[in-house]
Design a protein around this ligand. Sequence first.
Ligand code: SF4
Ligand SMILES: [Zn+2]
Ligand SMILES: [Zn+2]
Length: 308
Amino acid sequence: MKCRTCGAKAAVNMRQHKLALCKQHFLDWVPIQTARFIKKYRMFGPEERVLVAVSGGKDSLSLWDILHRLGYQADGLYLGLGIDEGLGYSDESRRLTEQFARQHGLKLHIVDVQATYGYDIPTLSALTHRGQNRPCAVCGVVKRHEMNRIARDLGYDVLATGHNLDDEASVLFGNTLSWQAEFLLRQGPVLPAHDGLARKVKPLCRFYEKEMTAYALLRGIEYIYEECPFSAGSTTIYYKELLNRLENDRPGAKLAFYLKFLEARENGLFRSSLDSSQPMYNCPSCGQPTQYEGKCSFCRMIEKVQPA
Ligand code: SF4
Ligand SMILES: [Zn+2]
Ligand SMILES: [Zn+2]
């Protein structure tokens, strides 16, 4: 297999795009495509300040690397979740994130959840009895709240996350199975700024997971290979496996599923549910928007676990 651009031996063969590229041309192709997506979906401009949520995994570190190579003002935010499970998951992901920032001279903000709120994620989950052995529900609430808080307090225009096509297609698949119109309406490459919250963008949403793995490896980015120990057995992973089986038989099916959805959404397929969506309130404690009157779910959770 030869590189389409220079004819040298290809390092990456992307059946889904009918495109094979050598190492150099693949490493050029990824930022070019990313810049195209940023522009196409109007994610942000060169003058805007971007906060990249970095977990130490391949996607978020690659995103930070790509934005840096494209010349954007992109700083990192690492959230210390305190997930260990005998594997030192959080410690290792923090070490790799700090190492990446140091090597590239990038600014990294670190928020340690336990140091800030008194409890790590597994403890918060146990204390609130949410999610039994899987603290993902609590973790999701905390991550969303903290990312919003830091972006707002430090004056960032945009919050960028490293979700790739496999992540997006699997969430879409789940939302479609249960026809969650409100979620479907909100899913997309850009969530507009709202009530003091930064715009949220997913610049890697059209890259297959394996393309991001190839990018990280060929760029020599050291990232944490292990998934979070609590992700094992999740429905997201199950849906990813199902979609991979489909993709294997029909290369490009995953991308088509996602892009056709974006097109349908753009054409107003879910618009009526927006009209009837609930009004937003502001949490009296932290100021972030919430669907219900009164404190947001994060503030209610923290209040519940505080000693009387
Ligand atoms: S898998 Fe669950 S606990 Fe682990 S980082 Fe993701 S949301 Fe948090
Ligand atoms: Zn080439
Ligand atoms: Zn709140």
